[in-house]
Design a protein around this ligand. Sequence first.
Ligand SMILES: Nc1nc2c(ncn2[C@@H]2O[C@H](COP(=O)(O)OP(=O)(O)O)[C@@H](O)[C@H]2O)c(=O)[nH]1
Ligand SMILES: [Mg+2]
Length: 194
Amino acid sequence: MKITSAKYLISVVDKNKLLNDGVCEFAFVGRSNVGKSSLINNLCGIKGLAKTSSTPGVTKMINYFDINDGSLRFVDLPGYGFHKAGKTNQKMWAGLIEDYLLNSENLKLVLFLLDLRHEPSELDKVMFNFLIQTQRNFVIVATKADKLSKAQQFLAKQKIAKSLKVREELVFLHSSLTNQGKEELLNFIGNSVF
Ligand SMILES: Nc1nc2c(ncn2[C@@H]2O[C@H](COP(=O)(O)OP(=O)(O)O)[C@@H](O)[C@H]2O)c(=O)[nH]1
Ligand SMILES: [Mg+2]
């Protein structure tokens, strides 16, 4: 798939305001700082589209992006697991992610992000198990692949698949720095649009 246009659409903080117009959505889920916004920007080829930050935990809303003039949408979900956010905020953001995963009628595929260098944390596993329970289609995107050698990447991918008990084919490697995995992901997304 080729992305020819990408635009920020709207941010939503209320589960009753989720968009509901039949446009296919691809949602990005992962802890704060794992690289959700960078992945969206990389796939779209626009640097500042989704706000990236070295200050983790700033995305508290569901951010919608229009791709290819109404053909599909990317949905940047709040990052979980930012310890300085406080328990109340944590709960609210996790709640928003869960509301979206449970209720969105447009959701086609969840891209579940993990840092390739680390095994999934307890919180990652909680969120992943929740995702499994929703029975949504998903792939795992292992981010920041540029930080490892090819040999290390291979092993790290095996570890992640094993830890989450998923087939290795469901784990995609990606780097926003080198564009590794970009085409492969875009093709997978393109093939998932009805
Ligand atoms: N080396 C490297 N750094 C990355 C990559 N993706 C994201 N980052 C960095 O990780 C930090 C968090 O990225 P961001 O996209 O804001 O994460 P988010 O909180 O999940 O949206 C930023 O400093 C990014 O520059 C990547 O593929 N390679
Ligand atoms: Mg972000």
